[in-house]
Write a protein that binds this ligand. Structure first.
Ligand code: GLP
Length: 244
């Protein structure tokens, strides 16, 4: 894994946005995998800025978000779809037909997962997957456990993850759905390139274990060690437990 350490979270955000803008310039029909969470918010703001400055053209790109809460419609303010509309989609020139999302309100959630997996295949696979990391080492909503699902699937969310996502649901973890839909580890690892961003002291331990520890289902991000083209963009706090 290629690790790049930046002085501040803002520097991480702008490096990620530049990385995406460069990828779009090199391949205008880029198929981009997108994360939610607090960490990428600044990178999305930076991408909006680059778009306004004429340096990030999404007109031929496609996007697939990693995950979505189960049981809530896209229009719900707490949905990841609403998050993406707020932070990116509403301000760049992505054609709506090429914005792909899991529908957490679908009648048949298993069929919805199969549909999504097929849609990624039909798009030619993910060229560049952006990732955040949960404080427990989850990526997407692939939570630590005895086993990890390879393909897009339903997940039961860990209590810590529901607490972390409470701000989207009025601050009360009890309001956070218990289940979600997520790309699987195999879906993510099939991306041609992966860039994971992590900022803050809270992520330092899982970053250290993801990079230097064993590959284990107990820390889903550790599976990234198996991928040939992974970059980690970290601020100093998230990198604070790495050996120089
Ligand atoms: C959610 C998302 C993950 C994200 C994680 C970290 O659980 N499903 O994709 O990486 O949050 O969020 P934050 O960046 O707020 O720490």
């Amino acid at each position: 894994m290629k690790v790049r350490i930046f002085d501040t979270p803002e520097a991480v955000a702008s490096a990620l946005a530049e990385r995406v803008a460069d990828a779009l310039a090199a391949r205008p029909s880029l198929v981009l995998g997108l994360p939610t969470g607090r960490t990428p918010i600044a990178a999305y703001a930076e991408l909006r800025r680059l778009h306004t400055a004429g340096r990030a053209d999404f007109s031929r790109a496609s996007t697939f978000n990693l995950d979505e809460f189960a049981g809530i419609p896209a229009l719900h303010a707490g949905s990841f779809r609403a998050f993406m509309d707020r932070h990116l989609f509403g301000a760049v020139n992505l054609p709506p037909a090429r914005i792909h999302f899991l529908d957490g309100a679908a009648d048949d959630l298993d069929a919805e997962c199969a549909r999504y997996e097929a849609a990624i295949e039909a798009a030619g696979g993910l060229d560049l997957q952006m990732l955040g990391i949960g404080a427990n080492g989850h990526i997407g909503f692939n939570e630590p456990g005895d086993e990890l699902a390879a393909r897009t699937h339903r997940v039961r969310l860990a209590d810590t993850t529901r607490r972390d996502n409470a701000p989207l649901f009025g601050g009360d973890p009890a309001n956070v759905p218990r289940e979600a839909l997520s790309m699987g580890m195999g879906t993510i690892l099939k991306a041609a390139e992966i860039v994971l961003i992590a900022t803050g002291e809270r992520k330092a331990q899982c970053v250290e274990r993801a990079i230097g520890g064993p590959v284990t289902t107990r820390l889903p991000a550790s599976f990234l060690q198996l991928h040939p083209r992974v970059e980690l963009y970290l601020d100093r706090a998230a990198a604070s437990r790495l050996r120089p």
